[in-house]
Design a protein around this ligand. Structure first.
Ligand code: 5AD
Length: 353
Protein backbone atom coordinates (compact mmCIF):
# COMPACT_ATOMS: atom_id res chain seq x y z
CA UNK A 1 0.00 0.00 0.00
CA UNK A 2 1.37 3.43 -0.78
CA UNK A 3 1.80 5.60 2.26
CA UNK A 4 -1.17 7.92 1.77
CA UNK A 5 -3.53 4.96 1.33
CA UNK A 6 -2.20 3.29 4.43
CA UNK A 7 -2.69 6.56 6.35
CA UNK A 8 -6.30 6.84 5.17
CA UNK A 9 -6.86 3.21 6.08
CA UNK A 10 -5.47 3.77 9.60
CA UNK A 11 -7.52 6.93 10.13
CA UNK A 12 -10.68 5.00 9.18
CA UNK A 13 -9.68 2.21 11.51
CA UNK A 14 -9.10 4.67 14.34
CA UNK A 15 -12.47 6.34 13.69
CA UNK A 16 -14.20 2.98 13.89
CA UNK A 17 -12.38 1.39 16.83
CA UNK A 18 -10.95 4.37 18.76
CA UNK A 19 -7.70 2.48 19.05
CA UNK A 20 -4.50 1.80 17.13
CA UNK A 21 -1.29 0.03 18.08
CA UNK A 22 1.73 2.13 18.97
CA UNK A 23 3.29 1.27 15.60
CA UNK A 24 0.15 2.39 13.77
CA UNK A 25 -0.01 5.70 15.64
CA UNK A 26 3.66 6.21 14.86
CA UNK A 27 3.07 5.49 11.18
CA UNK A 28 0.38 8.18 11.01
CA UNK A 29 2.52 10.70 12.87
CA UNK A 30 5.57 10.06 10.67
CA UNK A 31 3.67 10.13 7.37
CA UNK A 32 1.36 13.07 7.96
CA UNK A 33 0.89 15.68 5.26
CA UNK A 34 -1.78 18.20 4.27
CA UNK A 35 -4.03 15.57 2.69
CA UNK A 36 -3.94 13.10 5.55
CA UNK A 37 -4.44 15.94 8.03
CA UNK A 38 -7.55 17.16 6.22
CA UNK A 39 -8.89 13.62 6.02
CA UNK A 40 -8.26 13.23 9.77
CA UNK A 41 -9.90 16.56 10.69
CA UNK A 42 -13.07 15.80 8.70
CA UNK A 43 -13.50 12.72 10.84
CA UNK A 44 -12.44 14.26 14.14
CA UNK A 45 -14.89 17.16 13.65
CA UNK A 46 -17.73 14.74 12.85
CA UNK A 47 -17.04 12.73 16.01
CA UNK A 48 -16.80 15.86 18.15
CA UNK A 49 -20.10 17.14 16.74
CA UNK A 50 -21.86 13.83 17.41
CA UNK A 51 -21.30 14.37 21.15
CA UNK A 52 -21.00 18.13 21.56
CA UNK A 53 -22.62 19.57 18.44
CA UNK A 54 -21.10 22.94 17.58
CA UNK A 55 -20.77 23.92 21.24
CA UNK A 56 -17.54 25.36 22.59
CA UNK A 57 -17.14 25.32 26.37
CA UNK A 58 -15.20 28.07 28.08
CA UNK A 59 -13.21 27.90 31.33
CA UNK A 60 -12.05 30.96 33.23
CA UNK A 61 -8.39 30.46 34.04
CA UNK A 62 -7.16 31.96 37.31
CA UNK A 63 -3.38 31.78 37.66
CA UNK A 64 -3.20 32.21 41.41
CA UNK A 65 0.53 31.77 42.10
CA UNK A 66 3.67 31.60 39.99
CA UNK A 67 5.88 30.42 42.85
CA UNK A 68 7.05 26.89 42.16
CA UNK A 69 9.26 24.50 44.07
CA UNK A 70 10.00 22.50 40.93
CA UNK A 71 12.70 23.11 38.36
CA UNK A 72 11.31 21.65 35.13
CA UNK A 73 13.78 22.45 32.37
CA UNK A 74 11.16 23.81 29.94
CA UNK A 75 9.12 26.04 32.22
CA UNK A 76 9.46 29.78 32.68
CA UNK A 77 8.23 29.73 36.28
CA UNK A 78 10.74 27.07 37.37
CA UNK A 79 12.34 27.66 40.75
CA UNK A 80 15.72 28.34 39.13
CA UNK A 81 14.48 31.28 37.08
CA UNK A 82 15.56 34.18 39.28
CA UNK A 83 14.26 36.65 36.71
CA UNK A 84 10.64 35.61 37.18
CA UNK A 85 8.71 38.19 39.21
CA UNK A 86 6.79 36.12 41.70
CA UNK A 87 3.25 36.81 42.89
CA UNK A 88 0.39 35.22 44.77
CA UNK A 89 -3.27 36.14 44.68
CA UNK A 90 -5.20 36.49 47.94
CA UNK A 91 -8.45 34.65 48.56
CA UNK A 92 -10.34 37.86 47.94
CA UNK A 93 -8.48 38.42 44.65
CA UNK A 94 -9.44 34.91 43.55
CA UNK A 95 -13.09 35.36 44.54
CA UNK A 96 -13.17 38.67 42.66
CA UNK A 97 -11.90 36.89 39.52
CA UNK A 98 -14.69 34.33 39.86
CA UNK A 99 -17.27 37.07 40.35
CA UNK A 100 -16.12 38.85 37.22
CA UNK A 101 -16.02 35.57 35.32
CA UNK A 102 -19.51 34.63 36.42
CA UNK A 103 -20.88 37.93 35.11
CA UNK A 104 -19.15 37.27 31.79
CA UNK A 105 -20.85 33.87 31.49
CA UNK A 106 -18.21 31.46 32.81
CA UNK A 107 -19.52 28.40 34.67
CA UNK A 108 -16.15 26.72 35.18
CA UNK A 109 -13.20 28.22 37.00
CA UNK A 110 -9.72 26.76 36.81
CA UNK A 111 -7.36 27.44 39.71
CA UNK A 112 -3.92 27.00 38.22
CA UNK A 113 -0.59 27.62 39.88
CA UNK A 114 2.96 26.47 40.44
CA UNK A 115 3.67 24.01 43.25
CA UNK A 116 3.71 26.64 45.98
CA UNK A 117 3.96 25.45 49.59
CA UNK A 118 2.54 28.74 50.86
CA UNK A 119 -0.81 27.33 49.77
CA UNK A 120 -1.18 24.69 52.46
CA UNK A 121 -4.00 22.17 52.29
CA UNK A 122 -5.87 24.21 54.86
CA UNK A 123 -5.67 27.33 52.68
CA UNK A 124 -6.60 25.40 49.56
CA UNK A 125 -9.57 23.67 51.16
CA UNK A 126 -10.78 27.00 52.46
CA UNK A 127 -10.62 28.74 49.09
CA UNK A 128 -12.21 25.75 47.31
CA UNK A 129 -15.13 25.76 49.79
CA UNK A 130 -15.57 29.50 49.44
CA UNK A 131 -15.70 29.34 45.65
CA UNK A 132 -18.18 26.44 45.67
CA UNK A 133 -20.40 28.17 48.25
CA UNK A 134 -20.41 31.42 46.30
CA UNK A 135 -20.95 29.78 42.88
CA UNK A 136 -22.88 26.55 43.46
CA UNK A 137 -23.85 26.25 39.80
CA UNK A 138 -20.21 26.31 38.66
CA UNK A 139 -17.60 23.59 38.26
CA UNK A 140 -14.19 24.07 39.86
CA UNK A 141 -11.09 22.68 38.23
CA UNK A 142 -7.76 22.48 40.04
CA UNK A 143 -4.33 22.47 38.43
CA UNK A 144 -1.42 22.80 40.81
CA UNK A 145 0.63 19.70 40.43
CA UNK A 146 1.57 16.61 42.36
CA UNK A 147 0.01 15.88 45.76
CA UNK A 148 -0.67 12.67 47.62
CA UNK A 149 -3.95 10.76 47.72
CA UNK A 150 -5.17 12.25 51.00
CA UNK A 151 -4.54 15.78 49.80
CA UNK A 152 -6.37 15.27 46.50
CA UNK A 153 -9.19 13.67 48.49
CA UNK A 154 -9.46 16.66 50.82
CA UNK A 155 -9.83 19.09 47.89
CA UNK A 156 -12.43 16.82 46.30
CA UNK A 157 -14.40 16.63 49.54
CA UNK A 158 -14.26 20.43 49.74
CA UNK A 159 -16.08 20.54 46.41
CA UNK A 160 -13.51 20.48 43.59
CA UNK A 161 -14.82 18.73 40.48
CA UNK A 162 -11.92 18.32 38.10
CA UNK A 163 -8.11 18.18 38.13
CA UNK A 164 -5.62 18.89 35.34
CA UNK A 165 -2.19 17.29 35.52
CA UNK A 166 -0.35 16.78 32.28
CA UNK A 167 1.78 13.65 32.11
CA UNK A 168 4.14 15.68 29.82
CA UNK A 169 5.49 12.50 28.13
CA UNK A 170 4.63 8.83 28.61
CA UNK A 171 8.24 7.72 28.11
CA UNK A 172 10.24 7.64 31.34
CA UNK A 173 13.58 8.30 29.63
CA UNK A 174 12.14 11.28 27.83
CA UNK A 175 10.53 12.40 31.09
CA UNK A 176 13.92 12.42 32.78
CA UNK A 177 15.37 14.65 30.05
CA UNK A 178 12.68 17.26 30.68
CA UNK A 179 12.68 17.20 34.49
CA UNK A 180 15.17 17.17 37.37
CA UNK A 181 15.68 13.77 38.96
CA UNK A 182 13.37 14.32 41.93
CA UNK A 183 10.45 14.29 39.50
CA UNK A 184 9.52 10.91 38.03
CA UNK A 185 7.00 9.66 35.52
CA UNK A 186 6.09 6.95 38.02
CA UNK A 187 4.92 9.48 40.58
CA UNK A 188 3.10 11.53 37.94
CA UNK A 189 1.19 8.41 36.86
CA UNK A 190 0.41 7.53 40.48
CA UNK A 191 -1.14 10.99 40.90
CA UNK A 192 -3.27 10.52 37.80
CA UNK A 193 -4.58 7.15 38.95
CA UNK A 194 -5.28 8.56 42.44
CA UNK A 195 -7.27 11.45 40.96
CA UNK A 196 -9.37 9.08 38.91
CA UNK A 197 -10.01 6.78 41.85
CA UNK A 198 -11.20 9.69 43.99
CA UNK A 199 -13.79 10.61 41.39
CA UNK A 200 -12.42 13.73 39.71
CA UNK A 201 -12.92 14.42 36.01
CA UNK A 202 -9.24 14.07 35.16
CA UNK A 203 -7.26 15.92 32.55
CA UNK A 204 -3.81 15.07 31.32
CA UNK A 205 -1.72 15.96 28.28
CA UNK A 206 1.68 16.76 26.90
CA UNK A 207 3.72 19.27 24.95
CA UNK A 208 4.15 18.73 21.21
CA UNK A 209 7.68 19.18 19.92
CA UNK A 210 9.31 19.23 23.34
CA UNK A 211 13.10 18.81 23.30
CA UNK A 212 14.28 15.25 22.47
CA UNK A 213 10.73 14.12 21.64
CA UNK A 214 10.46 11.51 18.85
CA UNK A 215 7.47 10.35 16.80
CA UNK A 216 7.70 7.17 18.84
CA UNK A 217 7.25 9.21 22.03
CA UNK A 218 4.12 10.84 20.64
CA UNK A 219 2.80 7.39 19.74
CA UNK A 220 3.50 6.32 23.32
CA UNK A 221 1.49 9.33 24.50
CA UNK A 222 -1.40 8.18 22.34
CA UNK A 223 -1.25 4.65 23.72
CA UNK A 224 -1.21 6.03 27.25
CA UNK A 225 -4.27 8.20 26.55
CA UNK A 226 -6.06 5.26 24.93
CA UNK A 227 -5.44 3.10 28.00
CA UNK A 228 -5.90 5.72 30.73
CA UNK A 229 -9.09 7.20 29.25
CA UNK A 230 -8.85 10.70 30.76
CA UNK A 231 -11.88 13.00 30.61
CA UNK A 232 -9.82 15.94 29.36
CA UNK A 233 -6.64 16.23 27.32
CA UNK A 234 -4.68 19.46 27.01
CA UNK A 235 -1.85 19.65 24.52
CA UNK A 236 0.09 22.54 23.08
CA UNK A 237 3.33 23.17 21.24
CA UNK A 238 6.47 23.45 23.32
CA UNK A 239 7.63 27.07 23.12
CA UNK A 240 11.10 27.90 24.37
CA UNK A 241 11.53 30.37 27.21
CA UNK A 242 14.61 32.56 27.23
CA UNK A 243 15.43 32.11 30.90
CA UNK A 244 15.36 28.31 31.00
CA UNK A 245 17.92 25.61 30.11
CA UNK A 246 15.92 24.98 26.92
CA UNK A 247 16.22 28.58 25.67
CA UNK A 248 17.97 27.44 22.47
CA UNK A 249 15.62 24.58 21.70
CA UNK A 250 13.27 24.61 18.75
CA UNK A 251 9.61 25.12 19.43
CA UNK A 252 6.90 22.71 18.34
CA UNK A 253 4.70 23.46 15.35
CA UNK A 254 1.05 24.26 14.95
CA UNK A 255 0.60 21.59 12.25
CA UNK A 256 1.96 18.83 14.46
CA UNK A 257 -0.20 19.98 17.38
CA UNK A 258 -3.35 20.06 15.24
CA UNK A 259 -2.65 16.59 13.91
CA UNK A 260 -2.29 15.27 17.48
CA UNK A 261 -5.59 16.93 18.45
CA UNK A 262 -7.26 15.05 15.59
CA UNK A 263 -5.77 11.73 16.73
CA UNK A 264 -6.82 12.38 20.32
CA UNK A 265 -10.40 13.17 19.29
CA UNK A 266 -10.71 9.89 17.37
CA UNK A 267 -9.14 7.94 20.26
CA UNK A 268 -11.28 9.61 22.96
CA UNK A 269 -14.49 10.64 21.16
CA UNK A 270 -16.10 12.17 24.26
CA UNK A 271 -13.07 13.96 25.67
CA UNK A 272 -12.94 17.63 26.59
CA UNK A 273 -10.06 18.95 24.52
CA UNK A 274 -8.98 22.59 24.78
CA UNK A 275 -7.50 24.64 21.99
CA UNK A 276 -4.77 25.91 24.32
CA UNK A 277 -3.14 29.27 24.90
CA UNK A 278 0.15 27.87 23.60
CA UNK A 279 -1.58 27.02 20.31
CA UNK A 280 -2.96 30.56 20.19
CA UNK A 281 0.52 31.91 20.90
CA UNK A 282 2.33 30.26 17.97
CA UNK A 283 -0.32 31.27 15.43
CA UNK A 284 -2.93 34.06 15.49
CA UNK A 285 -5.63 31.58 14.36
CA UNK A 286 -4.25 28.71 16.38
CA UNK A 287 -7.25 28.33 18.61
CA UNK A 288 -9.78 28.43 15.77
CA UNK A 289 -7.75 25.82 13.90
CA UNK A 290 -7.65 23.74 17.08
CA UNK A 291 -11.46 23.76 17.20
CA UNK A 292 -11.57 22.76 13.53
CA UNK A 293 -9.23 19.85 14.30
CA UNK A 294 -11.60 18.48 16.96
CA UNK A 295 -11.08 20.56 20.13
CA UNK A 296 -14.18 21.72 22.04
CA UNK A 297 -12.91 23.90 24.90
CA UNK A 298 -11.26 27.31 25.22
CA UNK A 299 -9.66 28.62 28.41
CA UNK A 300 -9.58 32.42 28.46
CA UNK A 301 -7.50 34.14 31.10
CA UNK A 302 -9.36 35.60 34.10
CA UNK A 303 -6.30 36.49 36.16
CA UNK A 304 -6.01 40.14 37.22
CA UNK A 305 -4.33 42.24 34.51
CA UNK A 306 -1.57 43.24 36.95
CA UNK A 307 -0.20 39.68 37.17
CA UNK A 308 -0.86 38.35 33.68
CA UNK A 309 2.55 39.02 32.25
CA UNK A 310 4.18 37.34 35.22
CA UNK A 311 2.72 33.91 34.48
CA UNK A 312 5.13 33.40 31.59
CA UNK A 313 5.50 29.69 31.06
CA UNK A 314 7.08 30.37 27.65
CA UNK A 315 8.16 33.38 25.59
CA UNK A 316 5.49 35.71 24.15
CA UNK A 317 2.61 33.97 25.95
CA UNK A 318 -0.46 35.92 24.83
CA UNK A 319 -2.11 37.71 27.72
CA UNK A 320 -3.74 40.98 26.79
CA UNK A 321 -5.59 40.27 23.56
CA UNK A 322 -8.61 38.24 22.60
CA UNK A 323 -7.58 35.29 24.73
CA UNK A 324 -8.52 37.26 27.83
CA UNK A 325 -11.87 36.61 29.45
CA UNK A 326 -12.77 40.28 29.11
CA UNK A 327 -12.68 39.83 25.33
CA UNK A 328 -15.20 37.02 25.33
CA UNK A 329 -17.31 38.91 22.81
CA UNK A 330 -14.50 38.82 20.24
CA UNK A 331 -13.96 35.16 20.96
CA UNK A 332 -17.69 34.49 20.42
CA UNK A 333 -17.52 36.26 17.09
CA UNK A 334 -14.45 34.39 15.98
CA UNK A 335 -16.05 31.06 16.92
CA UNK A 336 -19.21 32.01 15.04
CA UNK A 337 -17.15 32.87 11.99
CA UNK A 338 -16.01 29.23 11.83
CA UNK A 339 -19.49 27.84 12.54
CA UNK A 340 -19.24 27.20 16.29
CA UNK A 341 -20.83 28.83 19.35
CA UNK A 342 -19.64 29.53 22.86
CA UNK A 343 -22.17 28.31 25.42
CA UNK A 344 -22.90 29.33 29.02
CA UNK A 345 -22.55 25.89 30.59
CA UNK A 346 -20.48 23.99 33.13
CA UNK A 347 -19.38 21.85 30.23
CA UNK A 348 -19.05 18.52 32.00
CA UNK A 349 -17.76 15.42 30.27
CA UNK A 350 -20.77 13.57 28.82
CA UNK A 351 -20.32 10.73 31.32
CA UNK A 352 -20.75 13.20 34.21
CA UNK A 353 -23.92 14.85 32.94
N1 5AD B 1 6.05 25.59 26.34
C1 5AD B 1 4.83 25.05 26.24
N2 5AD B 1 4.15 24.59 27.30
C2 5AD B 1 4.73 24.67 28.50
N3 5AD B 1 4.31 24.28 29.71
C3 5AD B 1 5.24 24.61 30.61
N4 5AD B 1 6.29 25.20 30.01
C4 5AD B 1 5.98 25.25 28.69
C5 5AD B 1 6.67 25.71 27.54
N5 5AD B 1 7.89 26.25 27.62
C6 5AD B 1 3.07 23.53 29.91
C7 5AD B 1 3.35 22.21 30.61
C8 5AD B 1 2.57 22.33 31.89
C9 5AD B 1 1.53 23.36 31.55
C10 5AD B 1 0.97 24.08 32.74
O1 5AD B 1 2.20 24.26 30.71
O2 5AD B 1 2.87 21.12 29.83
O3 5AD B 1 1.98 21.12 32.30
Amino acid sequence: MISIDRSFFLIDKLAQTNSLTQEEYEYLICNQNKRTAEYLFERSRAVRESFYNKDVYVRGLIEFSNYCKNDCFYCGIRRGNVKAQRYRLSDDDILACCEEGYQLGFRTFVLQGGEDNYFTDERLVSIISRIKESFPDCALTLSFGEKDYEQYKAYFDAGADRFLLRHETADSNHYSRLHPKELTLENRMQCLYDLKKIGYQVGTGFMVGSPFQTAGNLAQDMVFLRDFQPHMVGIGPFISHRDTPFHNMQSGTMEQTLFMIGLIRLTLPQALIPATTALGTIHPQGREKGILAGANVIMPNLSPMTVRKKYMLYDNKISTGDESAQCLKNLCESMESIGYRIVVDKGDHVSFK
